[in-house]
Design a binder for this molecule. Structure first.
Ligand code: NAD
Length: 344
């Protein structure tokens, strides 16, 4: 990319981004992007005119870069936007990502990328066909404490890895929110936050699971309807013989811990996946790494991935998301059948 500044003051080395879905997480990303050095918010896509008006004022977005869900295909003719970040309810990601790809723009999609592996594969295929990149909002893949543990593991500091434990949960409140509506969420706690333990198992152990067992626990069938898991216990086996044991829940507060154990040591992150600060320790002592705003670092790194083909230590692309969704599908199957499900 050339790094000149054009007449409007635009720096061509910046990733120019439109956010689709101006809800709670979209707002967090927009605020964090104020401090980005390599990415810049230049557009919005929203179905709510009052939010567009508000964002135009807050972030200096020009009218010509504002779209709604009916007309956003026209983004293809907008030279001020390189990529769209899809931050809408899970079940909408599939169609929205494919429309963005067809408009010839790179896509960043929130987790879970889709509500099943079939959809995820279609999204990957559409982005490949359109020759655009597809990344997923896996912010922990750029978080310094997390990366330090992965580097230590790669250096053999913990010896042969034997075990991972991932605990993720919060108490969900409003019973009418989209997270508790299967048509929009695709599932319960597993889809929303269990994915952090699934994804974490893979990057902390550094292998892909080969089998899954799982059990669903539902104490409140009124709040957590059919298809919305309240609590899920799940276990993985890995080719090396390492195992993982995880819990995902919508009914326990402040549950956010990763633990990795090997023949020569251990690593603990607690909190492991919250917005920060992330804290951790290993058998060598307190883990020291910079505290960062996750979304600022993520977006600067994603600018390098999209514009300059940077390869991150932990990939954050559509293929990664597909792996997670295949595993989540297997977890649901194992919970339903009571059987061990093979992933090979
Ligand atoms: P939210 O409800 O706060 O925002 C969702 C936005 O989508 C709203 O602005 C809403 O108006 C819009 N929307 C568009 N079409 C809609 C429809 N048909 N029904 C309902 N809303 C519609 O939700 P959120 O917490 O911002 O979550 C959005 C996405 O971001 C989800 O996929 C979620 O998993 C993900 N997320 C990721 C993180 C993270 O740390 N990476 C954190 C929170 C949420």
């Amino acid at each position: 990319m050339n790094k000149t500044t054009d007449k409007t003051g635009r720096n061509d080395s910046m990733l120019r981004l439109a956010i689709m879905g101006l809800g709670s997480y979209g707002t967090r990303v927009a605020e964090a992007m104020r401090d980005c050095k390599k990415a810049k918010l230049t557009g919005v896509i929203s179905g709510t005119p009052s939010k567009i008006k508000d964002w135009k004022g807050k972030y200096g977005i020009p009218e010509k870069n504002c779209y709604n869900y009916e007309n956003f295909d026209a983004i293809k003719d907008n030279p001020d936007i390189d990529a769209v970040y899809v931050i809408t309810p899970n079940a909408l990601h599939h169609d929205e990502v494919i429309r963005v790809a067809k408009a010839g723009k790179h896509v960043i999609c929130e987790k879970p990328m889709a509500i099943n592996a079939t959809e995820a594969q279609e999204m990957i295929d559409a982005c490949k066909k359109a020759n655009v990149k597809l990344l997923v909002g896996y912010r922990m893949h750029f978080e310094p404490h997390t990366l330090k543990i992965v580097e230590m593991r790669n250096s053999g500091d913990f010896g042969k890895i034997l075990f991972f434990q991932g605990l993720v949960g919060f108490t969900i409140d409003d019973p009418n929110q989209w997270r508790l509506n299967k048509a929009l969420s695709g599932g319960g706690s597993m889809m929303d936050i269990g994915i952090y333990a699934v994804n974490g198992s893979r990057y902390m152990i550094g292998e892909e699971p080969v089998w899954v067992t799982a059990e669903e626990i539902k104490n409140d069938p009124v709040k957590f309807k059919e298809g919305i898991d309240e609590t899920m216990l799940f276990q993985f086996g890995f080719p090396s013989g390492a195992v993982a044991s995880c819990l995902s829940t919508y009914s326990m507060n402040n549950l956010d811990r990763f633990f990795l154990n090997g023949t020569n040591g251990f690593a603990e992150l607690m909190p492991a996946t919250g917005y920060g600060p992330i804290r951790g320790r290993t058998n060598q002592g307190e883990l020291t790494a910079p505290d960062v705003t996750h979304q600022t670092v993520q977006m600067d790194e994603m600018a390098d991935i999209i514009l300059r083909n940077k390869k991150p230590l932990i990939p954050a692309d559509g293929e990664e998301a597909l792996k997670d969704l295949k595993i989540i599908g297997a977890i649901y199957e194992a919970a339903k059948t009571g059987k061990k499900v093979s992933l090979t």
